[in-house]
Design a protein around this ligand. Sequence first.
Ligand SMILES: Cc1cc2nc3c(=O)[nH]c(=O)nc-3n(C[C@H](O)[C@H](O)[C@H](O)COP(=O)(O)OP(=O)(O)OC[C@H]3O[C@@H](n4cnc5c(N)ncnc54)[C@H](O)[C@@H]3O)c2cc1C
Length: 554
Amino acid sequence: MTFSNLNRTDMINTLTAEEFDVLIIGGGITGAGIALDAATRGMKTALVEMQDFAAGTSSRSTKLVHGGLRYLKQFEVKMVAEVGKERAIVYENGPHVTTPEWMLLPMHKGGTFGKFSTSIGLRVYDFLAGVRKSERRSMLNVRETLSKEPLVKKDGLKGGGYYVEYRTDDARLTIEVMKAAAEKGAMPVNYLKVEKLLYDEQGKVCGAAAADQLTGRVHEIRAKKVINAAGPWVDSIREKDGSKKGKTLRLTKGVHLVIDQSKFPLKQAVYFDTPDKRMVFAIPRDGKTYVGTTDTFYNSNPVNPKMTVSDRTYIINAINFMFPSVKIAENDIESSWAGVRPLIWEEGKDPSEISRKDEIWESDTGLLTIAGGKLTGYRKMAETIVDLLAEKFKQESNRTFSRSITKTLPISGGNVGGASKFQEFIRFQTEKGTSIGLSAEHSRHLVKMYGSNVGIIFNMIETKRSEAENYGLPIVLWSKLKYAIEHEMAATPVDFFNRRTGALLFDIETVRNYQGQVISYMADAFNWDTAAERNYENQLNQELSFAIKPADQD
Ligand SMILES: Cc1cc2nc3c(=O)[nH]c(=O)nc-3n(C[C@H](O)[C@H](O)[C@H](O)COP(=O)(O)OP(=O)(O)OC[C@H]3O[C@@H](n4cnc5c(N)ncnc54)[C@H](O)[C@@H]3O)c2cc1C
């Protein structure tokens, strides 16, 4: 069965007909990682996601796979070391969704990091995160700092630190991990919302009733173990389980703004001080620059956090503080996104001070909850909770499962012969693309985006390209759409434009220009009636408006 909502009925029939070893609630990066780890150990694995995969926090991050340099300031040495080491693994297993990116840390008089503390801090970071030699930090003088990024404020500049972070596409990372899980036999389905947990005679959790958000039907899924990986919603699942006690979550919201390079021609990623002594990132990507994040307590619905007027003002002020010559104004903002961090509540701490570490909680009913954490640490988090699961199966039913193999397992699209061979892979495959009539630029773009899955796309282009003409779609956009529908469980235009391609964030023009054609194509693929088509069109327009128009308040 391919990983496609065209097979939805069969997938749901399988989910309801069989008993699984484990049911995972939540299809963000945490749930995806657990599904992959469990499936590769031989556990019969199901996963349900109430929205699209990654529609929660996992498409709304700063999109960095990083050790979290700033957490060193809070002496979270163990976390920095662990997460820092994980980033190398994430890169190795999926170089098509993770790219090394040199980061400039300018130092100013009175700023967060002094020359000495930056040098020591970055050295400790290199050491803790096990940074490879070619990527170790260097310290720059004023001239060198400005040559890396001439837009940085000159007033009070003392120099800079230069070190490597890894840039990712969080939603695509999640989908590639989810696809890998499905390839290994897991059954993840999106748009299935857990409404109720099911219990056996001993009061132990043994599954869930989930409502299909596309049809309204409710399905019961049985499993020996249930894992709550619902991110910002973990407490709402614990409420259903009657086990929301002890530690709880506190949500904080983070916003990013996207500006065209013609307005903010940043050539170098920069990690910089805000006027109120926090630190934010400005990162060039695909002809745009994105900047964030804010960090404020959040008490509203986590489904659709929005940029508010004050979030926008805060980030614009931060940009103009560090890059005074660019003079960004409200109407320069092309797009934005907002996400909520599922943090474990610590009394008396400010949002930015709360630890990002993860924890596992077990309730009396046997429900396992995994809370907190970061995108970067997803694989290790998954390994830890599946180790626990394996131990339970051993104790309770004498079943044994193999150890985790995800450390050296490429994610979907990551079979390119290792990160060091990726450039060679790109060169070779780009030629294949040009041999079927693509331009070198388009071909390279597709290879970089889809890694070792690009063969499927090239094959589509070779055999079905007339479809693109029939729908008035450019060949590259059409091939992404067809692939997203047939191999990546895209069910709506927002799934496609946001989480499968990132266009809603970084290429809003394409969304505006081709939304009608994409909706028509999807309507035919999924047999939508006019009402459904209109509904999805409205949904997309609402997302477009969220991206640009700030709300007055949360
Ligand atoms: C602004 C911001 C910046 C960040 N930057 C970074 C960064 O640069 N690097 C980094 O490593 N980390 C970063 N993080 C943290 C990282 O994004 C999160 O730790 C991670 O995405 C959390 O993933 P998750 O799977 O636990 O949660 P989510 O991605 O939210 O997934 C949980 C899923 O559960 C689903 N769900 C909830 N209830 C139900 C239900 N009843 N039934 C079925 N499904 C349900 C939700 O729809 C959701 O999709 C950032 C976070 C934010 C907010």
